[in-house]
Design a protein around this ligand. Structure first.
Ligand code: NAD
Length: 359
């Protein structure tokens, strides 16, 4: 079956890792027509918009996109292009599987944790005012009118967590667990302190869990979770978290399995999905053919699964695993010594995976 997919090269190292992923995906034999459109700093320069309308229309039409990381230029209209993209398309679930592959130098083995991060709410909702502005002062007056104290001259950021938003992300985590043979979902929060935001998230999670008696449910306070992730990460299976904790914990989990170079991701809604690595545009490496394309290639693997191209997805993942296990062809981040002169570049890593696919 032929698929049409929106391809977003992105900024910085984006075009290099996206090109590597495109070549590997095509070598798997799937029939994909790519609609190449950009977002971020490059799109602003060429089209005058960080998030062009024709890009959004293409994703809405195709229902699937593979995206490179984007840079948000400061003071050009958006706090973050990514947050805006996720919010505009209602991509409420951020899925970040963190899995150990043999051959990557790490402190841990056999990690297989899936981070499900809520993408729309929490402190990322975008209600934030600089200290000393009329808006910040208005909020401070409002807080004081309720009998609470606010430090004078504060900057203000608002945390919003809704019942509906919590329900759909926790349901997403359980549905994912059920569909993928996972055994346990852990809800992460700070409900002991933030009783009415994280507390609501936890209350909803407990309620949703009742509909999934086949899956174990537990919860953890965020600070305790981070200690346990470092000491005994293998006890965790699927984690579901509000936006900010999800952002931090997904990078932590990426670190457990070898770093940002091997950490794939996806932003998923009810109607469409955008697959992208967890890492950013790493501007200092732009155009150097240096960084690891595996995070983007594995994001492509998850995209193939979403497109129901299971055989192709399994083949690509197996080829990636084989190249990693051999350890002969590896980018700098996969070397114990980051200055190892035998490290290869982005495109050579893709070549090695394509070679494995052919054999
Ligand atoms: P970053 O992820 O771009 O880079 C941090 C460091 O991680 C790099 O210096 C590099 O050492 C390492 N790294 C990242 N990707 C790698 C790869 N593929 N292979 C090997 N090593 C890799 O984070 P940053 O420097 O904080 O952010 C740079 C820009 O990216 C910012 O403008 C930020 O807003 C943006 N960003 C975009 C996304 C996205 O598009 N989804 C996500 C995060 C950050």
């Amino acid at each position: 079956m032929k698929h049409t997919v929106t391809l977003i090269p992105g900024d910085g190292i984006g075009p290099e890792v996206v090109e590597a992923a495109r070549r590997v995906i095509e070598a798997s034999g799937v029939d994909i027509e790519w609609e190449v459109l950009n977002a971020g700093a490059t799109a602003l320069e060429k089209e005058g918009s960080l998030l062009p309308e024709r890009l959004l229309a293409s994703i809405r039409k195709n229902g699937v996109a593979l995206k490179g990381p984007t840079t948000t230029p400061i003071g050009k209209g958006f706090r973050s292009v990514n947050v805006a993209l996720r919010q505009t398309l209602d991509l409420y679930a951020c899925l970040r599987p963190c899995r150990s592959y043999r051959g990557i130098p790490t402190h841990y083995e056999n990690i297989d944790i899936v981070v499900v991060r809520e993408n729309m709410e929490d402190l990322y909702i975008g209600i934030e005012y600089a200290h000393g502005t009329a808006e910040a002062e208005k909020f401070i007056s409002l807080i004081e009118s309720t009998g609470k104290k606010a430090p004078p001259g504060s900057g203000v950021g608002i945390k919003l967590i809704s019942e509906e938003g919590s329900k759909r992300i926790v349901k997403f985590a359980f549905e994912y667990a059920r569909a993928n043979g996972r055994k346990k979902v852990t809800a992460v929060h700070k409900a002991n302190i933030m009783k009415f935001t994280d507390g609501l998230f936890l209350e909803v999670a407990r309620e949703v869990a009742k509909s999934y008696p086949d899956i174990v449910f537990e919860d953890r306070i965020i600070d305790m979770l981070t200690a346990q992730l470092v000491q005994q990460p293998n006890q965790f299976d699927v984690l579901v978290l509000p936006n900010l904790y999800g952002d931090i914990v997904s990078d932590l989990c990426a670190g457990l399995v070898g770093g940002l170079g091997v950490a794939p991701g996806a932003n998923i809604g009810d109607k469409m999905a955008v697959f992208e690595p967890t890492h950013g545009s790493a501007p200092k490496y732009t155009g150097l053919n240096k960084v690891n394309p595996i995070a983007t290639i594995l994001s492509g693997v998850n995209m193939l699964r979403y497109l129901k191209e299971k055989t192709a997805a399994d083949r690509v993942e197996k080829a990636v695993a084989a190249v990693l296990a051999e350890g002969k062809v590896a980018t700098y981040d996969l070397k114990r010594d980051k200055a190892d002169p035998t490290a290869v570049g982005t495109s050579q890593m893709a070549d090695a995976i394509i070679e494995k696919l052919k054999s």
